[in-house]
Design a protein around this ligand. Structure first.
Ligand SMILES: Nc1ncnc2c1ncn2[C@@H]1O[C@H](COP(=O)(O)OP(=O)(O)OP(=O)(O)O)[C@@H](O)[C@H]1O
Length: 249
């Protein structure tokens, strides 16, 4: 099989206070896959994500992105390859205009002039925000800011797009629009979420992390309909949502 875009092998990590957050996690994601990372509060999902672009250093094991190991020496390239969209868009938007925010990353890579403008507008177009390029980000709605945050990452042409709770705080229409945008992108996607219907809609595959261990990895339908697994790891389907009634996607 081809080299995985994301190759996590035996990853273990303890925080400085001694709390062991990950125990020998293995996760392989191939090009074009859309994978949901599920699990109860405190399972280690954020800790895992923070290893993907080297914000945290593996205690044991390894992480590689398209064959390039995540090490201090190549963080710049790793951070281009792994685009993380954090839960709060305001952590990622700090420039006077939307255009400046989206241009920030590629400008730092030395891209200038027409090429920079082209990339910025293409990224904004992908998230349906091209008409807002000259607006200050703080004048946009939360849902629009989240889409711009996605554009700030897409503009770097990442190998993998990692989203932390992409549907949180979105109204139903914004939630649906973002789902349409994300499923339309030609990118490998890893999505951390507690929103199980969203995982079902967007991600054919789900990985369940619980107490720092991968306890399930398979088709999202199989995960969400495994009642014993779901109960054991505090995963609950919202009232009225029944994957069995919808069927395999
Ligand atoms: N800076 C820290 N120092 C010590 N322990 C931490 C730190 N950050 C997280 N932890 C602990 O590590 C474990 C995993 O936390 P993590 O935030 O990765 O979980 P999570 O699955 O992302 O949870 P949530 O769904 O609530 O976001 C938890 O027990 C948490 O209390």
């Amino acid at each position: 099989m081809s080299t995985p875009v994301l190759d996590v092998q035996g990853l273990a990590f303890a925080y400085p206070d001694g709390h062991q957050a990950l125990y020998g996690v293995n996760l392989h994601v191939h090009r074009g896959e859309r994978v949901a990372l599920l699990g109860p509060n405190g399972a280690g999902k954020t800790t895992l994500v923070l290893h993907l672009n080297g914000i945290l250093d593996a205690g044991a094991g390894s992480v590689a992105v398209s064959g390039l190991p995540v090490t201090k020496d190549n963080l710049r390239e790793i951070r281009r390859r792994v685009g993380i969209v954090f839960q709060d868009p305001d952590d990622q938007l700090f420039m006077p205009t939307v255009r400046d925010d989206v241009a920030f990353g590629p400008a730092n890579l030395g891209i200038r002039g027409g090429e920079l403008e082209k990339r910025v507008m293409e990224a904004l177009d992908k998230v349906g925000m091209a008409d807002y390029a000259d607006r200050p980000p703080h004048h946009l709605s939360f849902g629009q800011r989240r889409r711009v945050a996605v554009a700030t990452v897409l503009v770097m042409e990442p190998e993998i797009l990692v989203l932390d709770e992409p549907s949180s705080n979105l109204d139903p229409a914004s939630r649906r629009e973002l789902a349409e945008i994300l499923t339309g992108l030609d990118v490998t996607l890893l999505m951390v979420t507690h929103d199980l219907p969203y995982a079902f809609e967007l991600c054919p595959r789900s990985v369940v992390l619980s107490d720092g261990v991968v306890v399930a990895d398979g088709p999202t339908y199989d995960v969400l309909t495994d009642d014993a697994l779901m109960a054991a790891h505090r995963l609950e389907l919202p009232f009225g949502f029944d994957p069995r009634a919808i069927g395999r996607r």
